[in-house]
Design a protein around this ligand. Sequence first.
Ligand code: COA
Length: 166
Amino acid sequence: MDAERFLTDGVVRLRRFRADDPAIDFAVLWYQDREVLDGAGGLDEKPFDRTRIERMYRYLDTHAELYIIEVRDRAQWLPIGDVALAPHTTPIVIGHPGWRSRGIGTRVLALIIGRARELGYPAVWAKEIWAHNVRSQRLFERMGFRRVEEGVDDQGRSWYRYRLDL
Ligand SMILES: CC(C)(COP(=O)(O)OP(=O)(O)OC[C@H]1O[C@@H](n2cnc3c(N)ncnc32)[C@H](O)[C@@H]1OP(=O)(O)O)[C@@H](O)C(=O)NCCC(=O)NCCS
């Protein structure tokens, strides 16, 4: 895939992550936000420092298609979060709190599902959504995902796994 390729519906743009991405400066703020840490990590997750974010992005960029989520802000595109598409997981974070619950996650998932179809994926998965993360569960359910499994991690935290057949 062309490294500069975008997925967009005109309101939201998914820009393919690149090495030394300038959005890392924004991500350092996203990964201090309690809701992001509770949702993406767990209820006792500590803020991520830049080294940890770079390591996470490097991993996702190697094992998935990693995108920076951008929204149009006046004349430019503003980075507000990240999303990755891999055969068995779709981590998504709207990192900027002011952009949550405004329909952005819904638009991002629609673009990601379209991309998965383009790649010939048989299904899209949300690997582990914490039981406490009701907003994320509602988002995936709204997009047609079904809860296919549930489990408990080694710290006793319950999670649900979701799948959308394509
Ligand atoms: C979970 C998350 C990805 C959802 O993304 P989001 O952009 O907040 O989700 P949406 O705005 O599309 O949907 C959330 C709500 O906004 C509502 N909404 C949808 N379109 C809307 C619109 N155009 N305008 C206003 N509200 C809208 C939805 O009805 C939904 O309401 P509900 O939660 O009561 O069902 C995001 O909140 C997030 O990043 N949270 C922290 C990290 C996290 O938990 N990540 C997921 C890990 S599994």
